[in-house]
Ligand binder design. Structure first.
Ligand code: NAP
Length: 350
């Protein structure tokens, strides 16, 4: 304990973001308040970590509205939920030493108190600290694992497959083409909004072709690019786009339902009514949704596989990093505005 204070020179107080109001449809700065709190003191089995990076994810609006079953309810005045990468600065747990770098549910704060025995925190040590620690928010964490599960275990991408990805310039989508190619895919097409994101799909994210879904004629161009249809559709968007792609799936296609970001802010009465679902039966295809937290038993393997691909240059993480804990609400708002290219995160400390 004493050693930690010498090495890290811990402050007495820290900053943290608490929830002040619940959003209806849009996240705004006024929903949060940045407050000071004393540094936590670890009890038996607990550790304190200095938070280095915090990730942002579309699901956070639902945390703020208490709409998920897999996250603890948030009361007004509670510290906002979020996963991060941090360095252990105090430890009362035999498995965690001062200086270890871990990933866990940390919350929006500079120092987090974590119970090393409570599965809720989903703590694990980062094994690949030779790579940038920010990868513990991107490729070696939920967004990378989600892309891998979706492409490999659900989409079962194989040699020569024609693969299409929606939401391709976002955190998950930015890794999908690399992973599909590593699994042997043929042509991989990404869908994103606007020319700048489309340029990034080709120049930074490994896509062969980028199509702007906001441009007229996108579906006709898709038909030209994939005249025989699509083998694997990795869908982050849902709604009408999914319906349009269902009209274009090949026999034995796999449709991977990763997310449906186009409908998260709508009331159920406004959800798209699908016309082309019948194509799943007609084409003897499969359509399957999945949830990354159901695969925790495999996280170590995912981390090892993805770290190996990064070292070999087959996977190049794209990270959109803002700096300073005061940027957290802005970073979340940027995520819903579609500003981010790649995985959105905030660097909280060096
Ligand atoms: P992200 O970084 O916010 O990227 C999502 C992208 O979707 C945005 O950048 C935006 O880019 C695009 N988009 C937003 N609204 C759209 C619309 N109406 N139509 C078409 N595209 C739209 O999010 P992410 O972390 O990559 O997550 C992607 C999806 O995966 C989300 O739906 C998320 O909930 C889901 N997810 C699922 C799991 C799981 O376990 N299944 C795990 C993590 C994430 P443009 O500017 O190109 O529109």
């Amino acid at each position: 304990m004493q050693e930690a204070q010498i090495i890290f020179n811990l402050p007495e107080f820290m900053q943290q973001w608490v929830l002040r109001e619940r959003p209806e449809h849009q996240v705004e700065e006024r929903h949060f308040e940045l407050v000071q709190a004393p540094l936590p003191v670890p009890g038996d089995g607990q550790i304190v970590v200095q938070v280095l990076y915090l990730g942002l994810a579309p699901v956070m609006l639902r945390y703020m509205r208490n709409e998920t079953s897999f996250e603890r309810p948030l009361a007004l005045g509670d510290v906002m939920h979020g996963r991060g990468v941090g360095r252990v600065v105090q430890s009362n747990h035999p498995d965690y030493q001062i200086g270890d770098v871990i990933q866990a549910k940390m919350g929006w704060r500079e120092y987090a108190l974590i119970d090393g025995n409570d599965p809720y925190f989903l703590v694990y040590k980062m094994n690949h600290t030779d790579l940038p620690l920010s990868h513990g928010i991107s490729s070696l964490a939920m967004s990378g694992f989600t892309a891998l599960i979706g492409m490999r275990d659900i989409g079962k991408v194989k040699s020569g497959d024609r693969v299409l990805v929606s939401g391709a310039a976002g955190g998950v989508g930015s890794q999908c083409a690399f992973i599909a190619k590593a699994l042997g895919a043929g042509k991989v097409i990404g869908l994103a909004g606007g020319p700048q994101k489309c340029n990034y799909l080709i120049s930074k994210m490994g896509y062969d072709i980028a199509l702007d879904y906001k441009q007229e004629g996108m579906l006709e161009e898709l038909d030209r690019q994939f005249p025989d249809g699509i083998d694997v559709f990795f869908d982050n968007v849902g709604g009408k786009l999914l319906d349009d792609v269902l009209a274009r799936i090949r026999r034995k296609a796999r449709v991977v339902i990763c997310g449906r970001i186009s409908e998260y802010l709508l009331d159920p009465a406004q959800y798209h009514a699908y016309r082309n679902i019948y194509r799943v039966g007609l084409q003897d295809a499969k359509m399957e949704a999945f949830f990354v937290y159901d695969y925790t038993a495999h996280f170590r393997e995912y981390e090892t596989t993805l770290a190996q691909w990064i070292r070999e240059g087959r996977l190049q993480p794209t990270e959109h990093i803002l700096r300073g804990i005061e940027k957290m609400p802005r970073a979340l708002m940027n995520l819903y505005e579609g500003v981010n290219v790649g995985v959105m995160m905030v660097q909280v400390a060096n």
